[in-house]
Design a protein around this ligand. Structure first.
Ligand code: SAM
Ligand code: SF4
Length: 471
């Protein structure tokens, strides 16, 4: 019999529930300590779990300082770019029975469906036709969705092109694979592989994920992205589903997970996601741990300060108004124009059909409407995919750590990809606002060589069919 390696070399359950619970209860707010921790973060250092616990303990007054610091860090370090993407649900068959999810196996109301290759093509064309360049493919956990199948879907998505439309980066959110499986998907050219731990609290994890199911194995899931690293995928995304347990515990879990990956693989996660539980078909879970808007804002600001090298993803689960506010705390990516019903980009218009989706979305505005709002708020929406295609993985790290990186690469690429959007897809209003923004941003470029290179590329996009002119 072949002895197949199930876990990574570094497999270890590094979450100590008692220690975290103790930190949450025993850490008392201390103004000086909070201010020292904020300045550590401002000097680009990641925080320990103990330091993060001190921020979590902050009272309302100190939390205002945390909000200000997150806004300042965002402005000072990352600039004003926001990367846009869309989720594409490929199939919702699932062997697991996660109590919060409409795709869970015991939900007999859920309409099970897997997109055929033609249907995938139709969804991707619809996404390209509104201007998307970056997708995340989402799958239930099922034998039909093994590593080869996922890899085939990725290749197919990259192959579909309409007009100037193409998908330049495909990320994945799917079940944890074994090491061989991660090698297979890596070869198809994926960007980030995301796996959310849902909750790091062992007791809560056990309560939501029946032990007889695949997902019921806590360590197998916790170890998932370590296996990805060992298979050569060094671009991974972690996340927690807020509302399953004490939110402060899960912030500590995310920070520990980042530190663990950094220590063992020399690089932390590329992104952290922090979805909050949304209503879902047939789901009725304990509301005790639901996270309010204030706590949500606090957790985003604290994550920004705790893991300065990591991208933060704010999804369309949240309402437009909350997204607009939280964006300022250092969020780096959002999805827009999202539909999460299987086939939703072509079949349903603006309706949300609960039996066909995993949960209800809070923001179903069009990509163009979201672009317009971002531009009006002074953000530069970006579809840049340059770093991963040039092998510059860990780009968020580089943005932060390498002097001049943002000015040399990120900002120029944001402007050229925005220009492509404006020329090829934007409404009249968005185009007018975007052109004005581009002009203002070009005026800010100090380096004359970069300025003229950017101007040259913008001109080519406007006047010719040349696209994808990245730095
Ligand atoms: N089936 C794979 C898995 O569980 O890892 C892929 C991910 S699932 C389709 C995407 C994510 O959606 C889950 O990891 C979970 O965090 C989130 N999710 C599930 N039910 C949700 C709900 N009711 N509200 C908000 N997010 C939810
Ligand atoms: Fe299946 Fe993922 Fe939903 Fe759990 S969260 S039931 S694994 S699709």
């Amino acid at each position: 019999m072949i002895n197949k390696k199930i876990l990574s070399d570094s497999a270890k359950d590094f979450i100590d529930d008692d220690y975290f619970a103790g930190l949450i209860v025993k850490t008392k707010p201390d103004k000086n300590a909070v201010r020292d921790i904020i300045s550590k973060s401002m000097s680009k250092q990641a925080l320990s779990t103990e330091e993060t616990a001190m921020l979590l303990a902050a009272d309302r007054e100190l939390t205002e300082e945390i909000f200000d610091a997150a806004r300042e860090l965002k402005k000072r370090v990352y600039g004003n770019r926001i990367v846009l993407f869309a989720p594409l649900y490929i199939g919702n068959k699932c062997i697991n029975d996660c109590a919060y999810c409409a795709f869970r196996s015991s939900n007999k109301e859920s309409l099970r469906r897997t997109l055929s290759p033609d249907e995938i093509a139709a969804q991707v064309e619809a996404l390209e036709n509104v201007g998307h360049k970056r997708l995340i493919l989402v799958f239930g956990e099922h034998k039909d969705y093994d590593a080869n199948y996922i890899a085939d879907c990725v290749r197919q998505v990259y192959s579909i092109k309409v007009g100037h439309g193409e998908i330049r980066r495909v990320n994945i959110n799917a079940a944890p694979l074994d090491i061989e499986g991660f090698r297979t998907v890596k070869q198809s050219g994926i960007g980030t592989y995301q796996i959310f731990m849902e909750t790091y609290n062992h007791a809560a994890y056990a309560a939501y994920h029946p032990s007889a199911t695949r997902k019921g194995d806590y360590l197998y899931r916790l170890d998932g992205l370590s296996r990805a690293f060992e298979a050569g995928c060094d671009d991974v995304g972690i996340g927690a589903l807020f509302g399953l347990s004490d939110w402060r515990f899960d912030v500590l879990g995310l920070v520990s997970h980042s530190l663990f990956l950094q220590k063992n693989y020399g690089v932390g996660p590329h992104t952290i996601s922090f979805p909050r539980i949304q209503p879902a078909a047939g789901v009725d879970i304990d509301k005790k741990w639901l996270v309010g808007d204030y706590e949500f804002k606090k957790l985003v600001a604290i994550l920004r300060l705790a893991v300065p090298y990591t991208g933060l993803i704010l999804t369309a689960r949240e309402s437009p108004a909350l997204r607009r506010e939280v964006m300022n705390f250092g969020v780096s990516q959002i999805d827009a124009g999202s539909r999460i019903e299987i086939g939703g980009y072509t079949e349903l218009g603006d309706a949300q059909v609960m039996e066909r989706e995993q949960f209800v979305l809070g923001d179903i505005r069009s990509l163009d409407a979201v672009m317009k709002e971002l531009i009006d708020d002074g953000f530069v929406p970006s579809f840049c995919t340059s770093c991963y295609r040039l092998g510059r993985t860990g780009e968020h790290f580089m943005e932060f750590a390498i002097p001049g990186f943002i000015k040399k690469f990120c900002q120029p690429n944001a402007l050229t990809t925005l220009k492509e959007y404006l020329v090829d897809y934007a409404s009249k209003e968005t185009k007018a606002a975007g052109e004005k923004l581009i002009k203002a941003e070009i005026a800010k470029i100090v380096d004359e060589k970069i300025k003229s290179q950017v101007a040259d590329r913008l001109e080519k996009i406007e006047q010719t069919n040349q696209r994808d002119l990245y730095f």
